[in-house]
Write a protein that binds this ligand. Structure first.
Ligand SMILES: [Mn+2]
Length: 434
């Protein structure tokens, strides 16, 4: 298997847990992601489907995992690329069905080339069929052609399982959090006036690669006004001496993500207005982390952050209205002009992980031990926006502070704790490696 702290028996336990949740005599089909083309003959780095990783730790494309509970007996089968010397000369060694069976947590294996025939021959014995649709249109097609009854969605059960992390998953997420924290500290230490956003990106990605990890999402490195663009990823401008840089970058380990944001002045000294905004966002973040308690409704951390921000925006003279008007009846008041996203999301195999919290109008989950969430309030005062007016001294400032939080009975555990976030710590680190 790939390097993993997750044991073979844990994967089998997950498969057993899944088949105990679905209807009797069911077949569950989990297709893997398709490779995606970057340009002629070149592909983007391949990333396996998170459900596939979760159930079998299988990372090769062109594969399907089937799990059934016919007569209450678990049978998990991986359909994988067959060995092919000519192909392997060009693209690397293929594990093949035999390798999959001997070293991966499945009961049987087969060639993906036999998938259609094999499935056709089995379908009649099952009463129910579950398929993760929309991952591989070819697999969807095969099933739709050969199954007349309703196709059920297994994700409701898988998401419930994935939203509570096991000890071994938490271990992987701790490693990812540490690597991301180190990368941010390094990037702070090489920061200087006029540094290119891409240089900070290179430092961070270099550290990820050095630690045998990859980005869990495209890094955001926004200096000055670019710090106010929530999903800025071109990272192509130089950062002036008086400006802040907002860096949102995290790595993944064995598929498990970290998600970390820090904001610092490239000069190593916050200006007074930057300091005021930073202190306010930090206070909101600490308050939201404190709200990450077992049994708390999802909204609590957002409410905690929002209350601090609404009050602070009035105190700084940015909002000229009552606290009630600033906060709004449904956390939809005027403060949303400057904090327009949610306070956090679930984190796991996906950066925006399954299990709720990003469902628009839906309430999101109640926090339980073993959940991992992000907490990431921010304030953004884009100088180019003509729909807002703020005191000139705050114009062009964007600040977000984001940590990854494990929910435990003993209270919130900050997995990204080793990444400094107080003004004093940051000012002492920025530029220290120059
Ligand atoms: Mn995030």
């Amino acid at each position: 298997m790939e390097d993993s702290t997750v044991s073979m028996s844990e994967y089998f336990q997950r498969q057993d847990s899944l088949i105990s949740r679905v209807l009797p005599n069911s077949l569950i089909i989990i297709p893997n992601n398709l490779p995606s083309i970057r340009s002629n003959d070149t592909k983007y780095p391949y990333r396996a489907n998170s459900y596939m990783i979760y159930m079998s730790n299988w990372f090769e494309p062109n594969s399907v995992l089937c799990i059934s509970n016919y007569n209450n007996v678990r049978e998990s089968t991986l359909y994988v690329n067959p060995r092919d010397t000519q192909k392997e000369i060009w693209e690397g060694r293929i594990i093949g069905p035999e390798g999959a069976l001997s070293d991966w947590p499945v009961d049987s294996s087969n060639s993906i080339l036999d998938f259609e025939n094999s499935i056709k021959n089995q379908l009649s014995k099952y009463s129910n069929l579950y398929l993760i649709k929309g991952v591989d249109p070819q697999i969807d097609n095969v099933i739709q052609k050969n199954w007349d009854d309703e196709i059920l969605d297994p994700c409701v059960f898988l998401d419930e399982m994935r939203s509570i992390k096991s000890d071994s998953e938490i271990e992987l997420m701790k490693i990812a959090s540490s690597i991301s924290s180190e990368a941010h500290i390094k990037a702070m230490s090489i920061s200087r006036p006029d540094i290119g956003e891409w240089e900070i990106q290179a430092s961070i990605e270099g550290h990820f690669t050095k630690c045998k990890s990859t980005n869990s999402y495209n890094p955001i490195v926004g200096g000055g006004d670019n710090s106010t663009i929530l999903h800025y990823t071109s990272n192509s401008k130089r950062i002036e001496g008086t400006e802040l840089v907002l860096v949102d970058a995290g790595c993944e380990i064995n598929g498990y993500a970290s998600d970390l944001t820090r904001t610092w002045p490239v000069s190593g000294r916050f200006t007074q207005p930057q300091r005021e905004i930073y202190e306010l966002v930090l206070e909101a973040e600490l308050s939201a982390i404190e709200a990450c308690q077992v049994g708390s409704p999802w909204i609590n951390m957002h409410k905690a952050a929002s209350e601090v921000l609404a009050k602070g925006l009035i105190e700084l003279g940015i909002l000229d209205c009552s606290y009630e008007e600033a906060l709004g009846k449904n956390l939809d008041g005027k403060y949303r002009n400057f904090f327009m996203h949610g306070t956090g999301h679930m984190l796991g195999l996906d950066v925006h992980d399954v299990g709720g919290g990003r469902q628009g109008g839906k309430p999101g989950p109640v926090l339980r031990p073993g959940m991992v969430v992000t907490v990431e309030p921010g304030l953004y005062f884009a100088s180019w926006r003509d729909d807002i007016s703020v005191p000139k001294k705050y114009s062009g400032i964007g600040v977000r502070i984001e940590d990854d939080i494990l929910i435990t009975e003993e209270g919130p555990v900050v997995l990204t704790e080793m990444c400094p976030k107080t003004i004093d710590e940051i000012e002492s680190i920025v530029g220290s490696a120059l």
